[in-house]
Ligand binder design. Structure first.
Ligand code: DGL
Length: 279
């Protein structure tokens, strides 16, 4: 019997446009191993990063509803593009109608809350998809917590396709990574901390480090989001009691399972057996 048929099954939903959210799920499971998890990758429509605000919102809302239908009371948007373009509308406009007792959280706020304590120069760089950068969510959220901080952004529209197409080790990857980092750093020589504001980017870490001056600190989100979720569950027992503890991890993809399982292992660090999901 699939756990979804059991009414006590209330997994924590983790959503991404594709594979990137698996880098976050991996850290969440490490930090909070007792819960049930349900991962949904909308691989058939990924990448989201070059899409319009409206499309990202519509696709994300559809995915959140699907995770609610499968028993999730708490959903983490483990995708910066979805967090930047859809989270606020879902929280304020949609959730009150769908079910005010359920929660949807993103990855940007926990990162913004942390970053100001890490930068000495108070000049921070953000590398993300075009949709994340164009939304200006990072500068807005960081200013909310740390008004004195200056935020510089650079959209890297080729980085996700490099990862999704398994071109990480290619010379092309070096060209784009080097160029995008240089363009970001040209905006200010005081940048001492860079946020990898896309959950796909940890896969490019070794190449990013190759082109980044050693004195600049890199922040990837998996651990930050995992620690913030642990803290959130402690502060919100009414939500925590709606997260079941059966230690299961189930994976769904909107694309074919063969394609998903093959690449997912790279992001998750363990073999993955997904099921297909159709909207
Ligand atoms: N992983 C997503 C993020 O964190 C982006 C991938 C995409 O472009 O779909 O922004």
């Amino acid at each position: 019997m699939h756990p979804e048929n059991n009414s006590n099954y209330k997994p924590i939903g983790v959503f991404d446009s594709g594979f990137g959210g698996l880098t976050v799920l991996k850290e969440i499971v490490r930090e909070l191993p007792d819960y049930d998890y349900l991962y949904l990758g909308d691989n058939a429509r990924a990448p989201y990063g070059n899409r319009s605000f409206h499309s990202v919102y519509e696709f994300t809302l559809q995915s959140v509803k699907m995770l609610f239908d499968k028993g999730c009371h708490l959903v983490i948007l483990a995708c910066n593009t979805a967090s930047a373009n859809a989270l606020r509308a879902i929280q304020h406009k949609d959730l009150p109608h769908i079910d005010p007792s359920r929660r949807v959280l993103g990855v940007i706020r926990p990162t913004a809350e942390m970053v100001g304590n890490m930068s000495k120069s108070k000049h921070i760089g953000v590398l993300g998809t075009s949709a994340t950068v164009d939304s200006h969510t990072y500068p807005i959220e960081i200013k909310r917590f740390f008004p004195a901080i200056k935020v510089y952004q650079r959209a890297c529209p080729i980085w996700v396709p490099l990862v999704e197409n398994n071109e990480i080790e290619s010379e092309g990857a070096d060209y784009f990574i080097k160029n995008d980092i240089e363009q970001l750093l040209l905006q200010s020589d005081k940048i001492d901390t860079i946020i990898l504001a896309c959950t796909h980017y940890p896969l490019l870490l070794h190449k990013i480090k190759k082109y980044l001056p050693k004195n600049i600190r890199l922040l990837s989100q998996g651990e930050i989001v995992a620690r913030s979720l642990a803290d959130y569950l402690q502060r919100h027992p009414e939500i925590e009691t709606n997260c079941s503890k059966g230690k299961t991890i189930n994976f769904f993809t909107t694309d074919t399972t063969e394609i998903f399982d093959k690449s997912a292992e790279l992001f998750f660090g363990q073999s993955v057996h997904s099921r297909h999901l159709k909207f």
